[in-house]
Design a protein around this ligand. Structure first.
Ligand code: NAD
Ligand code: UDP
Length: 312
């Protein structure tokens, strides 16, 4: 039986990974300092094969016994969160990744780093392929996240090349679903909260910027395939169906049946104008592509938000 550590396990993606890996028969240890995560996200899990350790992974990580896999997901992920915690974001991407890699080396474990489409910055190549190096402003407000993840990728490749650690790198594109924090500020939870509470939907800029939204269960399937593959170079995982932020606001109003209006607000600095994953590599190497439609994924997410917000 595989024994697996998930850093950031109390977060949105981490909590879905716990469930998926328990289903696959893994013993799972979730580690998290609860900066943006919540133990509520796994409170429903009742398994002897699961355990939670509260720990800040920027400090030395000690785990008794063997570890086969490490999924390093600890990091603030929403622009609001990393603007609120800029130093923690830099530290978890750099020091936290160093500690996770050190543990992988000591245990002989395979480690998968959760990187991000933000390594491409405000991209000048569209859609984004893994061989594009990006267009990142290191000193802008988003730089704390983008550069931390770029450093994390560099450190991961160095551990692979210098210490022969089995490493995997995923570049995750915008993913949504149940257990996103209602107030985390990312576009889907923000619009859902606003639509369900009858508030105006705040579209930043003119809403013509694009994103490509992947439902969380599709992502998790791709993560597992990457973890258990031989692919040592970064792989994009995301849903290539691209839409404008304005279209997302309209879709959420339609699907919630909300009477909310759309209002325009200033565009945050360095907000990428376009974003769409080129997933040819994931298709070829992992046999993976998303299968959940926007309607189906948003439907499940709306149900979750309704129960959290206690609205019908
Ligand atoms: P999240 O905020 O829900 O989860 C992140 C978790 O990391 C939280 O539980 C937080 O408490 C924990 N954490 C932060 N700093 C820590 C530290 N020093 N020690 C221990 N735990 C710490 O966000 P998420 O959406 O689940 O993102 C998870 C990972 O996936 C992140 O690394 C993020 O960069 C990456 N990612 C997510 C998306 C997405 O669309 N959801 C896109 C790109 C990349
Ligand atoms: N956005 C928006 N209104 C909101 C929240 C976000 O228009 O209430 C926009 C944001 O400016 C960006 C896109 O939605 O263009 C996606 O934002 P998110 O914070 O989800 O993550 P990003 O993809 O920028 O990392």
């Amino acid at each position: 039986m595989a024994r697996t550590l998930i850093t950031g396990g109390a977060g949105f993606v981490g909590s879905h990974l716990i469930e998926y890996l328990l289903e696959k028969g893994h013993e799972v240890i979730a580690m998290d300092n609860l900066l943006t995560g919540d133990v509520e996200n796994f409170a429903h899990i009742d398994s002897e094969k699961f355990r939670f350790v509260k720990h800040d992974v920027t400090n030395y990580i000690h785990i008794d016994g063997e570890i086969d896999y490490i999924l390093h997901f600890a990091s603030p992920a929403s622009p609001i969160d990393y603007l609120e915690h800029p130093i923690q974001t830099l530290k978890v991407g750099s020091l936290g990744t160093h500690k996770a890699l050190g543990l992988a080396k000591a245990k002989g474990a395979v480690i998968l780093l959760a990187s991000t489409s933000e390594v491409y910055g405000d991209p000048l190549v569209h859609p984004q392929r893994e061989d594009y190096w990006g267009n990142v402003n290191p000193i802008g407000p988003r730089g704390v996240y983008d550069e931390a993840k770029r450093f994390a990728e560099a450190m991961t490749m160095a551990y692979q090349r210098f210490h022969n650690v089995e490493t995997r790198i995923v570049r995750i594109f915008n993913t949504y679903g149940p257990r996103m924090r209602i107030f985390d500020g990312r576009v889907v939870p923000n619009f859902l909260k606003q639509a369900l509470q009858g508030e105006d939907l705040t579209v930043y800029g003119d809403g013509s910027q694009t994103r490509s939204f992947c439902y969380v269960s599709d992502l998790v399937e791709g993560l597992f395939r990457l973890l258990t593959s031989e692919e040592k170079e970064p792989v994009n995982l995301g849903n290539p169906s691209e839409m404008t932020v304005l279209e997302m606001a309209e879709k959420i109003i339609e699907m919630t049946g909300s009477k909310s209006k759309i209002v325009l607000k200033p565009l945050p600095s360095d907000d990428p104008k376009v974003r769409q994953p080129d997933i040819r590599k994931a298709r070829e190497k992992l046999g993976w592509e998303p299968t959940t439609s926007l309607e189906e994924g948003l439907g499940k997410t709306i149900s979750y938000f309704k129960s959290k917000l206690k609205v019908e």
